[in-house]
Design a binder for this molecule. Structure first.
Ligand code: AMP
Ligand code: GLY
Length: 417
């Protein structure tokens, strides 16, 4: 099978790594990719937001499957453009991707499907904003309605800051604060059948101890030793299947990856948000644990044949990933700095630890930073403590001027069993 992956972050590197290890895949392309992905896939230049260009490339390459990684192309309808030329695609239509593209749409789907989530108001005027802020009180949760690359959500006790953020958005969702640990649970679906993956936890804040601004995610681990073993079944029944059914009944079937961002509150599980694609960096740890070859699962989603696949099989291993971000991430990340130590990790730490590239590019013989999140250093082990230890050993070999990473990824969880 020939597979074309669209995107160029650590999530796409993780997807390409798994696909490159799958004996069903005999040609693997990534567009536009990055310096690390180039080691496992052939890179092609493309504007990932240009559906016609992606469809043309897929046709030229005679791809049997196109996998669209990031949300922006999905919301822009890139999967529709590829489907229109008759090539199977992993990823929802532009309409179904509104589940991530519009928080108001997601809230409407959840209400119709009876999916538990924070109570919320959609506001478009300062009066509505004031009313909603006062209805819920502090801590205030204010979300830009549209796609904002992880920067649209403000959670604060400061009413003036909450109000100022709300007034900067054309349309804003203001909601009840959800207490409790967060879990990311992914499911692969073809619009009818839903296959949940293993849960993971992400670290959204920039600094140790969950301090600092929200980011795209600074690290992740899986499994979650502290979680209720019934969590996946419960979320399947109360969240994932009802959402997929509701979207199908609306005439906008959702196929691809349904990402439920959950809060485990004292009153039960609540959905914080849906995403329409694999999460980054959680994908790095979830795929590290998946034993089933990936291509058949993604193709089953694209072709509507997930019901005939054997159950997914998982390794006993735990996995941890630590994101190395550039100087000044997330505000004004500096790029163009050379990265050292990649060869040392490959030589000394493989196969248990390896570096997935997020924002990098080649410059002659050097690899330089090209984004806010630069690398996602991933490791597996017999438990979280071992995986964590291996990940941080590899992180210590990497040099990148001014870079930052959290030192507490999976720290608490690795002490639980
Ligand atoms: P989102 O982009 O919706 O995932 O929000 C980013 C982060 O903001 C989440 O991962 C949570 O940490 C936090 N957040 C979002 N909504 C809520 C909420 N209702 N209550 C508490 N924290 C929230
Ligand atoms: N890890 C959060 C996200 O992918 O949105």
């Amino acid at each position: 099978m020939k597979v074309l992956v669209i995107g160029g972050g650590a999530r796409e590197h993780a997807l390409c790594r798994s696909l490159s290890l799958d004996s069903d895949v005999n040609a693997l392309y990534c567009a536009p990719g990055n310096a690390g992905i180039a080691e496992v896939a052939e890179l092609r230049p493309v504007d990932p937001l240009d559906g016609e260009a992606v469809a043309r490339l897929a046709t030229e390459l005679r791809a049997d499957l196109v996998v669209v990684g990031p949300e922006a192309p999905l919301v822009a309808g890139v999967a529709d453009a590829v489907r229109a030329v008759g090539i199977p695609v992993f990823g929802p239509s532009g309409e179904a991707a509104q589940l991530e593209g519009s928080k108001a749409f997601a809230k409407d789907v959840m209400a119709a499907a009876g999916v538990p989530t924070a109570r919320s108001y959609v506001c478009t005027t300062p009066e509505e904003v004031d009313e909603a802020l006062d209805a819920f009180g502090a801590p205030y949760v204010v979300k830009d309605d549209g796609l904002a690359a992880g920067k649209g959500v403000v959670v604060t006790d400061d009413r003036a800051a909450a109000r100022a953020h709300a007034l900067r958005c054309d349309r804003v969702v203001i909601e009840e604060f959800l207490d409790g640990p967060e879990v990311s649970l992914f499911a692969i679906t073809d619009g009818v059948t839903v296959l949940p993956l293993q849960p993971a936890q992400d670290f959204k804040r920039a600094l140790d101890g969950d301090a600092g601004p929200n980011t795209g995610g600074m690290g992740a681990y899986s499994p979650l030793p502290w979680a209720d073993p019934k969590l996946v079944d419960e979320v399947m029944a109360s969240v994932l299947q009802p959402t997929v059914d509701e979207l199908r009944h609306r005439g906008t079937p959702f196929s691809g990856l349904l990402y439920a961002g959950l809060a485990i509150t004292s009153r039960g599980v609540r959905v914080i948000e849906f995403n329409a694609r694999f999460g980054d960096p959680e994908t790095q740890v979830v795929l590290a644990r998946l034993r089933t070859p990936l291509a058949s699962v993604l193709l089953g989603s694209a072709n509507g044949t997930l019901d005939v696949l054997p159950p997914l099989s998982w390794r006993e291993d735990a996995a941890v990933t630590v994101v190395i971000a550039s100087h000044n991430y997330p505000e004004t990340p500096r790029t163009g700095d050379p990265i050292t130590g990649l060869a040392e990790v490959a030589e000394l730490d493989a196969p248990h630890a390896y570096v997935l590239h997020a924002g990098t590019r080649s410059e002659g013989d050097a690899v330089v930073s090209a984004g806010g999140r630069v690398l996602s250093v991933t490791a597996t082990g017999s438990d979280l403590a071992e995986a964590r230890d291996r990940a941080y050993k590899a992180v210590a070999r990497i040099g990148l001027d001014g870079s930052q990473y959290r030192t507490d990824i999976a720290a608490k969880a690795s002490q639980q069993r």
